[in-house]
Design a protein around this ligand. Structure first.
Ligand SMILES: [Zn+2]
Length: 368
């Protein structure tokens, strides 16, 4: 364990030196200006036995495994099938790799599988999807993902976008509920995907890199509201189905809207994946009050990834910096720099941190 912390300190130190040597302005608070401070922060993070419910991992690596053990960290590895990404085009090879990854992880990685929504129009679509999911459950999968291609990409024969509440998906939802598994829904995108370019939006750089998901001014494209309404129909139609709306349930700028969803649908929770910066940029009293009131309904997730061609030292630095940043924001009163703004940590009470970073994940995603 001591070796692990020494490695962390070295990695963080190397990162800070690289940062200052290249004189790049840090793009976020992730820049580790003070390695000793980050090491202390990560020790506190590890002490809560954290669970990150939202990651994407495409390789097995002893250095990565060592990081998981050092941080006493458990991950939920989420599969999606995405015909715009070569790593994610085929589902079955991804499942095979992911099951092997879970088995080699000594309890540190669990699997959130998916089904192939591109096949929605086939005669045996739902029967086959259910068969495949049941096989994945038997191999230990604890959750199922529905991704944004439902609602934003896949069209039916009449040229209409297929929504999450399409009746062809219903037998799948029923199957997930009957197995006591959890549905993770990534529906729609941040508001900025429908709006004018906005360099101050934490998600804007994503659309510069992934213009296929920037949908402003596309004639006939569904509104964000329509896609989220379909998601809400699934919640209403399946009260026994536990659903985690990832990315703050795609209501990233509107805590009141999230709150009214949590009030209305007792089977709904959210994760924080890739949307923590929105929370960091809101009035801190409001975010604190929200997280304390809904302390049983928020799961910690990052959306960090590890692709097969990743440079491992860089990846380890990125992962650890992210965990240090998020812990500082939620658990301490330290000051962070986010999008050139000074942000004070929320210093949430320990029992609330315990729920957000760990026990909510276990309650909402049994088997984790
Ligand atoms: Zn993700």
């Amino acid at each position: 364990m001591i070796g692990f912390w020494r490695t962390i300190a070295q990695v963080i130190l190397a990162f800070s030196i690289a940062q200052s040597a290249t004189a790049h302005a840090p793009t976020s608070s992730a820049a580790a200006a003070n390695p000793a401070n980050d090491e202390r922060t990560l020790r506190a993070f590890a002490a809560i036995h954290p669970i990150d419910v939202h990651v994407h991992i495409f390789k097995t690596d002893p250095g990565f495994q060592k990081m998981l053990e050092g941080l006493d960290l458990k991950l939920l590895n989420i599969l999606v099938i995405d015909d715009t990404n070569p790593n994610r085009k085929q589902l079955l090879p991804q499942i095979e790799d992911a099951v092997a990854l879970v088995r080699s992880s000594r309890g540190h990685i669990a699997l959130c599988t998916s089904f192939d929504p591109y096949k929605f129009d086939g005669a045996s679509f739902s029967t086959n999807a259910v068969k495949q999911l049941d096989r994945d459950f038997a191999q230990g999968a604890v959750a199922v993902k529905v991704w944004k291609n439902v609602g934003m990409e896949i069209k039916d024969r009449r040229g209409q976008y297929v929504m999450a509440d399409d009746l062809r998906f219903e037998p799948i939802y029923k199957d997930i509920a009957s197995h006591g598994k959890t549905l993770m829904t990534h529906q729609a995108e941040p508001d900025v995907a429908w709006g004018p370019p906005d360099a101050n939006d934490p998600s804007w750089s994503y659309y510069q890199e992934n213009p296929q998901w920037y949908v402003a001014n596309r004639p006939g494209f569904p509104s964000k509201q329509r896609i989220l309404d379909a998601r809400d129909h699934v919640l209403a139609n399946n009260p026994k189905l536990r659903m985690v709306g990832v990315h703050l349930g795609s209501m990233e700028r509107d805590l009141d809207n999230i709150a009214s969803h949590l009030d209305k649908y007792p089977n709904f929770a959210i994760d924080t994946a890739a949307r923590m910066e929105y929370l960091m940029l809101m009035p801190p009293e409001k975010v604190s009050a929200f997280l304390i009131k809904y302390q049983d309904r928020v799961l910690y997730g990052t959306d960090l990834d590890l692709y097969a061609d990743a440079n491992l030292p860089d990846a380890l630095t990125e992962w650890q910096s992210r965990y240090a940043r998020d812990w500082k924001f939620l658990a301490t009163g330290e000051t962070l720099t986010v999008k050139a703004k000074q942000v004070r940590g929320l210093n949430l009470p320990q029992p609330v941190l315990q729920k957000i970073f760990r026990s909510n994940a276990i309650r909402w995603i049994p088997g984790l």
